[in-house]
Design a protein around this ligand. Structure first.
Ligand SMILES: C[S@@+](CC[C@H](N)C(=O)[O-])C[C@H]1O[C@@H](n2cnc3c(N)ncnc32)[C@H](O)[C@@H]1O
Length: 436
């Protein structure tokens, strides 16, 4: 139980420890666990940010941390909570700007709160002090592949080849950029916010600041959206007055783009809770869309001019933002989600009017959720043709175009000169047109 009078930095570490442990055990998103365990710690904004930073870097570098600990632990130490407590301690020592003694002392104190770990203080102290002493050696000897689970390493090498796969793994170790989509005047906003105007039209922030305090947030002039995530709605090329369905819409980044272009948007999502967030987001942005909380497979409205299908997926393309995905998802998720994507694609095809456009996308690096879906869709639907994407439509990023004219973005794409926050979320997108 948290002692709320404490001021020793225990609260943020306790939250990070619990969130990491439960996310790995239940195989659920780290963000959900931070939200679940956060309130009981009653942390200040600063401490909550520290808890998040510790938990995220622990997940981002879990393989390296596990390797460093295994080398310094005797084989008997198997208790998951103990290993995770050591992991959040080592994460601070190796990867965060936290004094070593603070990382070690808080880990020892947290162990004393735990009935089963009461007597592990000496071990924790010894192991973490050794990690601190040997930090430089650990960091220089760590293999960049350590932070990628074997199932993903194998898949990416098979799909992208050794070199590109290694670049993806390395890109996941870096902090991701924060990108914004603006309603209008992208170059003006880039200047006002001190950001970089990317060739794709998004703005990349160069400083880490509190988003809500930036100019334009309150007025709804822009929203946070990865530069790659902003491409699918652009490829749909929405026109004022067109009836467009966004079939998996929440939390609404792409709905906002379609609405900002003047389309009459129907935002559909199976989750009423997530759809509520979409409504709040649109309200801040002063944009309008009709919403329906329903399984898209059961949608009964038809004859849309265009459809955006941002299908649920394994999300392996967002590992740089959500490193827990690598450790909480598996082959089985890819297989199951690919089945759902196929059904949603077929449903989307049936809702379009003749001549209508369909953009399919997923934030996955896996071919079953991307390239192979597009190929199989065209084979199943002879009345649809691919409308290849041209380099100009994606800011000249030819590295992101496949030979077929689909878009494949990777975390190692879009290097920004002189800037340490390069990269894109990994997305696949394909555009189809139904015969008139
Ligand atoms: C990748 S997210 C969508 C992100 C969103 N397009 C955006 O840009 O903000 C996938 C969404 O699909 C929803 N979803 C999953 N299965 C669905 C289904 N069968 N019908 C409708 N929505 C579904 C999930 O609730 C989730 O909000």
């Amino acid at each position: 139980m948290a002692d709320h009078s404490e001021s020793s930095g225990l609260g943020p570490r306790r939250l990070a420890w619990n969130a990491v442990t439960e996310a790995l055990k239940r195989r659920v998103p780290l963000d959900d666990m931070l939200d679940e365990f956060g309130p009981q710690e009653r942390l200040s904004g600063r401490d909550e940010a520290l808890a998040r930073a510790i938990a995220i870097v622990t997940m981002r570098r879990l393989g390296t941390i596990g390797w460093a600990l295994r080398e310094r632990l005797d084989k008997g130490a198997r208790d998951e909570r103990l290993l995770n407590l050591l992991a959040i301690g080592a994460a601070q020592i190796l990867f965060l700007d936290v004094p070593d003694h603070a990382a070690v002392d808080t880990a020892v104190q947290l162990a004393q709160e735990d009935r089963r770990l009461k007597h592990a203080g000496g071990l924790i102290n010894a192991v973490l002090r050794r990690v601190a002493r040997e930090r430089d050696g650990i960091l220089s000897a760590a293999d960049p592949w350590l932070d990628t689970p074997g199932w993903l390493e194998e898949r990416w090498i098979a799909q992208y080849g050794e070199d590109l796969a290694a670049e993806i793994a390395r890109a996941h170790q870096a902090l991701p950029s924060v990108d914004l989509t603006v309603k209008e005047d992208a170059s003006g906003w880039a200047e006002r916010l001190g950001g970089i105007l990317l060739p794709t039209g998004s703005i990349r922030l160069t400083e880490r600041t509190a988003i809500r305090e930036l100019p334009g947030y309150e007025d709804g002039a822009w929203w946070v959206q990865d530069a790659a995530a902003a491409l699918p709605a652009r490829l749909l090329d929405p026109k004022p007055g067109e009836r467009i369905a966004d079939l998996c819409a929440a939390p609404g980044g792409k709905t906002a783009q379609l609405a900002a272009a003047g389309a009459e948007v129907l935002a559909v999502d199976r989750s009423a809770k997530r759809l509520k967030r979409l409504e709040e987001n649109l309200a801040r942005l002063k944009l309008q869309a009709a919403t329906r909380a329903v399984d898209a497979e059961k949608l009964d409205e038809t004859s849309f001019d265009a459809i955006l299908l941002d299908a649920p997926c394994s999300a392996t393309g967002t590992i740089r933002r959500h490193p827990d995905v690598a450790w909480t998802k598996g082959e089985e998720d890819v297989r199951k989600l690919a089945g759902l994507q196929t059904r949603l694609l077929d449903k989307a095809a049936s809702l379009l009017k003749p001549g209508g456009r369909l953009v399919y996308c997923t934030c996955s690096l896996e071919a079953e959720e991307g390239e192979r879906q597009a190929q199989a869709f065209l084979a199943r639907h002879p009345d649809f043709k691919r409308k290849p994407v041209s380099p100009e439509e994606i800011g000249g990023l030819t590295e992101c175009l496949t030979p077929e004219g689909d878009v494949r973005t990777l975390p190692c794409h879009l290097s920004v000169a002189g800037h340490d926050r390069s990269g894109l979320d990994g997305f696949f997108m394909a555009r189809f047109v139904r015969d008139a």
